[in-house]
Design a protein around this ligand. Structure first.
Ligand code: GLU
Ligand code: MG
Length: 437
């Protein structure tokens, strides 16, 4: 299909935004192996007009190099140019990955999982978002009226996501006014993370072309229902058989899945610096909102940071294939690649050390007394980005997963971003992120 004259080379940076350069299409075939140059300092851009202090000079650059498997070329509405884009790895001119390339960090962690344990990770995302329309209709939560109020847009979006082949499963109204959700099925390895980046950009583009605005920000207004981006993970053997399920295991988790979860749980406080990485992330998280406020683990527990999701009843084979682990403490201000790389490294630590699964919780952790929570080893999640960054500083193992330059640049950027909103009102904070994400 004709995608117009430009193809956008896209990379997802430390703040989880898709940055881009547009290449003239007729040069693309010839130039795609070399990619386009991009200043390293660009990795320290905040989501706004500012750039954080960083170690890079005016001559340092990287090549944004397309992965042809990720090309998207979709006509969304008549009369608007097709969305034509390709996802990139950030490489040095000799082709080696840059230490700060989020996509390459995930690929390295996935390689380690396969090399050391013979396992493949399948990844699926839910994307909650809020739709803004000039006429801003009110509808009851989850109602057919909410679905049908924007039926033309939802049909355009659905068709676009089907064409983009992101494994679309559902598009539905959510709890908040104007809130909707897109769920996609799992894909193995880096393709699972690519899917979520493509899904979000197709969503934003479809909304733009229909005269609407879609925001995936975790909190679009202080009193709005939060937008989560729940992440579903499952482990598979190389031969394509599921590896997460054992009907005899706690929560029906296999030993490898239990160790994986234990590793993620062990490092959860520090992981939050990557998975809930914005000041506004912490307006969403908290007890009694199903967004989670504690680092509990439980079967079907929507108030736990890690929810074990059994498959619906069925044959053992279906239950084995359907069981997955949901990480709820994340949102669309996180880079899917970087946050998954960190989560996967934590899971690898659990696998290597055969860490024990924490006791599973079958109630709302907020209903327990402080003493009961302490007895069960349940901790509050960090209450701010600054606290999450301190937790990262306090976790020597997590810091080892990244190069010193990468870690310093990331922490400096996130510290700067936290500082930008230190004295901001919740209204101002929500409004800035609502427009950026
Ligand atoms: N909106 C909730 C959140 O912020 C999630 C609701 C749900 O379980 O779908 O995570
Ligand atoms: Mg939801």
């Amino acid at each position: 299909m004709d995608g117009g004259n430009l193809i956008y080379l896209v990379w997802n940076d430390f703040v989880g935004l898709s940055r881009t350069r547009g290449m003239v299409r007729e040069n693309y075939e010839f130039n795609k192996a070399r990619g386009l140059g991009w200043a390293l300092a660009g990795q320290s851009l905040t989501p706004f007009e500012d750039i954080a202090p960083n170690p890079w000079g005016p001559m340092d650059e990287v090549r944004q190099t397309p992965d042809p498997d990720t090309e998207v070329n979709i006509k969304i509405t008549d009369g608007a140019p097709a969305l034509s884009m390709v996802l990139c790895d950030s490489r040095h001119p000799d082709g080696t990955p840059w230490e700060c390339c989020t996509r390459s960090l995930l690929k390295a962690a996935l390689d380690e999982l396969e090399r050391a344990h013979g396992l493949i990770l399948k990844i699926a995302y839910e994307n909650e978002f809020k739709l803004y329309a000039p006429d801003g209709a009110w509808n009851a939560p989850f109602s057919l009226a909410a679905a049908r109020s924007y039926a033309p847009f939802i049909e355009v979006l659905t068709q676009a996501l089907l064409t983009a082949q992101v494994g679309l499963e559902t598009v539905e109204p959510e709890y908040g006014v104007g809130q909707y959700e897109i769920s996609c099925g799992p894909a193995p390895g880096v393709a699972g993370a690519d899917r979520v980046v493509i899904t979000r950009e197709v969503l934003r583009e479809a909304a733009r072309q229909c005269g609407l605005h879609a925001s995936l920000s975790p909190k679009t207004g202080p009193d709005d229902v939060g937008n989560g981006c729940h992440l579903h993970l499952s482990l598979w053997h190389r031969d394509g058989t599921p590896a997460s399920f054992d009907p005899e295991g706690p929560g029906e988790l296999s030993p490898v899945a239990a160790h994986f979860v234990a590793g993620v749980h062990r490092h959860l406080q520090a992981l939050m610096a990557f998975t809930a990485p914005s000041p506004v992330s912490y307006l969403r998280l908290g007890p009694h909102h199903w967004s989670c406020g504690y680092d509990a683990v439980g079967v079907q527990n929507r108030e736990a940071a890690i929810r074990i999701c059994p498959a619906p009843a069925g044959e053992a084979a279906q239950r084995a294939a359907g069981l997955n682990i949901e990480y709820r403490a994340t949102d669309a201000t996180a880079s899917p690649y970087l946050s998954l790389a960190a989560i996967l490294r934590a899971g690898l630590h659990g696998l290597r050390e055969k860490l024990p699964l924490p006791a599973l919780l079958d109630q709302d952790p907020a209903d327990l007394s402080d003493g009961e929570r302490e007895k069960r080893g349940i901790r509050s999640l960090p209450g701010s980005l600054e606290t999450a960054l301190s937790a990262l500083d306090d976790d020597p193992l997590v810091k080892q997963w990244f190069s010193p330059t990468m870690l310093q640049a990331y922490k400096d950027l996130k510290t700067y971003e936290a500082g930008m909103f230190k004295d901001a009102s919740p209204d101002h904070l929500c409004e800035r992120y609502r427009l950026a994400y």
